[in-house]
Design a protein around this ligand. Sequence first.
Ligand SMILES: [Zn+2]
Length: 307
Amino acid sequence: MTIMPVVISADIGGTNLRIGLIDQKGNVLKKIKLPSHNGNLLEALIDAITELITPETVGISLAIAGVVDRKKGQVIHSPNLQEAEGINFIEALGNRFSLPVIIENDANAAALGEHWAGAARGYESAVMLTLGTGIGGAVIYKGRLLEVAAELGHITVEADGIRCLCGNNGCLESYASARAMVTRVVDALEKGEESLLKNCCDGNIYKITSEDIYHYALEGDTLARETLKNAGRYLGVGIASLVNIFSPEAVVIGGGLIGAWNILVEEAKKEAQKRAFNSLMENLKILPAQLGDDAGMVGAASLVFRQ
Ligand SMILES: [Zn+2]
């Protein structure tokens, strides 16, 4: 009987810890989801690995929200996951389970996942953007992860624009992230703009989420549609720059906005078309991510198989 090797892979985010068993083709065979901030992170991780481990397990991989030192297997800096800082994962888990351990930043891991088994499969080069509270990004170039800062959410799209948490003005994520859309809607409603969104969330406009905006946009609400279009336009401005720099074959966009894909991405495409070099835009595909929340887990596992 042939043995099918598997990897235990965890995506450790600011909110959830997802851990699963991944096969050689990037299939998720089994998974567990836990809150990240519930007791001791390392112990929770060890318990989950113990539950999932099989004799076919060839390694452990971790995708972590933060700046990581791959060699040392440590998290250098993680604003949303401070309990991960200082843990030497290679030592702690490697010794415990006698398996190789690999760690990677979560945005990079998600791009690797989409490239291995998702939307970017088959493309030599791809740029991945994840629109969440902020905007995460990573670049695949000539089939491999480009190991650069890739703070794609913080490229400037408006010289004197909105102040960003990073200290710059006019960052892409201040216009096209889920948080940016919510802020814009709440500002407009506070100023008395007419919109069905006023009735959202039992009348508490401070509870509006990006999903609510997508929902109302699909219902035809003008403010919701304009907010998505505006975000799409800035996304297009950002994409144009990324296309001119990296000449990717695909731009993959992730983060729970698939429902409003048409409104957002049509606008982004139009804008990018106006700005980027024609020759680079000609064959570019802008694609929705396929792996959803599993992308980081799957991508981190690919690194173990690649070894
Ligand atoms: Zn910024």
